[in-house]
Design a protein around this ligand. Structure first.
Ligand SMILES: [Zn+2]
Ligand SMILES: [Zn+2]
Length: 388
């Protein structure tokens, strides 16, 4: 092999390690982008490198240079691609494949208020279920960096960004089968993890690079489910109090670090009539007088999980129905109105992001932070291997 080729191939690094769970780590993560939007027309423009326009059998139809654009338009049978005002493709499947070593592109949806976004890697465009779906095939580390930005924002402590990078990488690898039937790994919504394209934030890029390949595992070296939420309100939740399974690393913990952060408190009022109709229509539950007085005086100094002592209604259903920030709230009644004063933001299981931010600012290491929210877990580095 010529020296030049060796040089190029050493940069094509993919993770091929098999964990004890038998997980095969793919070369790219396939993310359905703009998942929540039914886009019927958009512009595609390479921002770095040229792109090859290929059919589903990887036959090259055309190519496109940086900073020139294509228009992709849905039609009655699929979609068409226009280049310089001529239709160069009409059908249901196309691949826009980077033709250089590093590639990125911009997607600008037309006709609605969505902002343009820039992504690394390739895309596949598919017409299915009467809509145009866009799949971004992107390297794991680039996906992690973009997701750190979408999930945790700007101006965070460097150690917190490292924590986020590790748990986002772990969560992605642990949930690769979530959308298997639909033909991609993860969506770009909070259902999986929010991913709104690449980041150029140098702090995030550095944190991802410093933690490259690092994941959180249990004592059998299996990836753990690194769930996280914005603010626990002072106490995290046992996994079995919200979901079917008890996980020994997802234990309820008292967390005082998030109490001064923006997501620590919330308030909301709902009418008795609204609550009564929710309980009777959705849960066939018509509380008697003493049950009503318990509900109207519900107090949570530490977390409970049901609205009523008989455990007819789980608080997560109340949260979902009324769009509450958390299930960690107390109630006061006045003139047929229930005033809810709540704590925290999110489901409360696993890592509390605002608690972790504060811990990082107080000098806690990423190992201490991960060890607090995911008990008895440890960090494993997936060794990169050169693949030819
Ligand atoms: Zn999803
Ligand atoms: Zn917290």
């Amino acid at each position: 092999m010529p020296i030049k080729s060796v040089y190029i191939f050493t940069f094509i690094v993919v993770f091929t390690l098999k964990l004890s769970s038998g997980l095969n780590i793919p070369e790219t993560i396939d993310v359905r982008i703009f998942s929540g939007n039914n886009i019927s027309e958009f512009t595609f423009m390479p921002t770095k490198g040229r792109y090859l326009i290929c059919d589903q059998n990887h036959n090259k139809l055309s190519e496109i240079s940086p900073l020139t654009s294509l228009t992709i338009k849905r039609n009655q049978k699929g979609f068409e691609i226009l280049q310089d005002d001529s239709v160069i493709f009409s059908g249901k499947n196309i691949v826009l494949q980077g033709g250089s070593f590093q590639n990125s592109f911009l997607i600008a949806p037309s006709g609605n208020h969505l902002q343009a976004r820039i992504y690394d890697g390739d895309i596949r465009i598919r017409y299915e279920n009467n809509q145009v779906n866009i799949i971004n095939a992107v390297s794991l580390e680039s996906y992690v960096a973009g997701t750190v930005q979408s999930e945790s924002g700007f101006n965070r402590h460097e150690e917190f960004y490292k924590v986020q990078a590790i748990i986002i990488r772990t969560y992605a690898l642990n949930n690769l089968r979530r959308h298997q039937r639909e033909g991609f790994h993860v969506c770009d919504l909070v259902h999986c993890q929010a991913y709104y394209g690449k980041t150029v934030n140098p702090d995030i890029v550095r944190a991802v690079e410093h933690t490259r390949g690092q994941v959180v595992v249990d004592n059998r070296s299996a990836l753990i489910n690194t769930v996280y939420h914005a603010n626990c309100g002072g106490q995290t939740v046992n996994s079995e109090d919200l979901w079917p399974h008890a996980m020994d690393y997802l234990r309820s913990r008292i967390d005082t670090f998030c109490l001064s952060m923006p997501g620590a408190k919330w308030e909301k009022s709902i009418s008795m009539r609204e609550l009564r109709s929710f309980l009777s229509q959705k849960h066939k539950f018509q509380p008697n007088e003493s049950q009503w007085s318990q509900i109207k005086e519900l107090k949570q100094n530490s977390r409970i999980h049901h609205l009523d002592a008989q455990q007819e209604v789980h608080l997560r259903h109340v949260r979902d129905h009324f769009g509450l920030r958390s299930t960690f709230f107390s109630v006061q009644e006045q003139n047929d109105t229930l005033f809810l004063s709540g704590r925290g933001y999110g489901h409360g299981v696993g890592l509390c992001q605002e608690g972790a931010m504060k811990r990082a600012e107080h000098g806690h290491s990423l190992r201490e932070i991960l060890g607090f929210y995911y008990q008895n877990s440890r960090i494993l580095t997936l060794e990169p291997e050169v693949v030819f």
